[in-house]
Design a protein around this ligand. Structure first.
Ligand code: ADP
Length: 124
C-alpha cells in the first residue's frame, strides 16, 4: 500500500511553491510529476502546505467521498491550492493546462495503518 501514499505525494503535494500567478506552473508541474504520460491527466490539484498540515486532515471527522466510500475528511481551514485543468486545445503528448489559484478547504480520502491521504476528492 506504500505506493498509494507515495502517489498522493507525487500528484498533489507541493509545499515548496507558494501560490503565484505563474501561467506555466501547471504545464511544468503536470509534466514534472508524471501526469502527462500515456494520457494528459485532465484535472489535478496541487496543495501548497506542509505535509504535517495535509496529513492531519485525516484526523478530522469522516465524511462520504464522491464514490460513496466513508473514508473522506475535510480540512477545517482553507489551504493554498493550485487547480490545473486541461485546455480545450491541449493534445497529447503536448498537454496544456490552465491554472487557478485558490484558498479552499480540501477533502481527501485516507487509508492505511498510518492513516494518511491517498486520494484528493474535492475542494469546497
Ligand atoms: P487522485 O484521485 O488523488 O487524483 P488517483 O485516482 O490516481 O489519484 O489515485 C487515488 C487512489 O486512492 C486510488 O488508488 C484509489 O484506490 C484510492 N482511494 C482510496 N479511497 C478512495 C476513495 N474514497 N475515493 C477514491 N479513491 C480512493
Amino acid at each position: 500500500r506504500f505506493w498509494r501514499l507515495h502517489k498522493f505525494q507525487r500528484q498533489h503535494m507541493d509545499p515548496e511553491h507558494l501560490t503565484t500567478n505563474n501561467t506555466q506552473y501547471c504545464n511544468l508541474m503536470m509534466k514534472a510529476r508524471n501526469m502527462t504520460k500515456g494520457i494528459c491527466k485532465p484535472v489535478n490539484t496541487f496543495i501548497h502546505e506542509p505535509k504535517e498540515i495535509v496529513d492531519a486532515v485525516c484526523q478530522e471527522a469522516n465524511i462520504t467521498c464522491k464514490n460513496g466510500q466513508p473514508n473522506c475528511h475535510q480540512s477545517s481551514l482553507p489551504l493554498n491550492l493550485t487547480h490545473c485543468r486541461q485546455t480545450g486545445a491541449s493534445k497529447y503528448p503536448n498537454c496544456q493546462y490552465r491554472a487557478s489559484y485558490l484558498t479552499k478547504q480540501i477533502i481527501v480520502a485516507c487509508e492505511g495503518k498510518v492513516y494518511v491521504p491517498v486520494h484528493f476528492d474535492a475542494y469546497v
